[in-house]
Design a protein around this ligand. Sequence first.
Ligand SMILES: [Fe+2]
Ligand SMILES: [Fe+2]
Length: 210
Amino acid sequence: MTTHETTQGQDVVDILTAGHQDMLDLVAQIQQATTAEQRRDTADTVIAEIMRHSVAEEMYVYPVMEKHLPNGSEEVQHDKKEHDELVDLMKQLEDVDADTEQFMNLISDLESHLRHHANDEEQGQFPDLRKHIPADQLRELGEQVEKAKAMAPTRPHPNAPHSELFHKTVGAGVGMVDRLRDKLTRTKHRKGLRGFEPLTLSTPSRTYHG
Ligand SMILES: [Fe+2]
Ligand SMILES: [Fe+2]
C-alpha cells in the first residue's frame, strides 16, 4: 500500500520527507471522504501521524539542527512555533463535528499549515542537515526518529518522550487517542500507514490525567 515501508538505508531527511507526504495524502483523503465517519476516522489518523512526526523531530532532529546548522537556534524556534500552531488546529478539530463546514475549514487550515511547514523544512533545514552532518549520522538519526515515532505519543509510558510538545498533544488528544486505540485494535492486521504496527496501547491513556 505504501512505498515507504522499507526504511533501511534511508536517512532522516528521506524519512521525514516521506512523513510529510503521508500527512498530506491523508488530508486529501479527508477532503474527498463522503461520510462524517470517514472524515473523523482519517482526521484521527492524520493527527496521530502529525503528533508522532513532530515529537520525533523535537526530540532528535531539532537539537541536532540547533547545534550544527547556521542560525540553527532561530530555525528551531520558528519550527517549534509552527508545530504549536498545528497543535492548536488539532485541538480545535477534536471539538468540532466532522459533518460541519467548520470542520472542513479547519482541515483546510491544517493543510496550508502543513504545506508551509513541510516546505520550510524541505527547502531550508533538510538540505542544510545534509550539508553539515555526515551521511552515516543522518542514517542513525533516521533510526532514532523511527523509534521515537513508534513510542510517541499514543503510548502512555513512564519512559515516553518528555518533550513539551508530547505533553501538549497528548493532553489535547485524549478522545482521539481512545478512538485510535479502538481503530488500531480493529485493524490490527490490516496494512496501514508505515509505522503504525509497533504501537502499544495497553495502558489506558487516561493515565496522563492522573
Ligand atoms: Fe516540523
Ligand atoms: Fe517535519
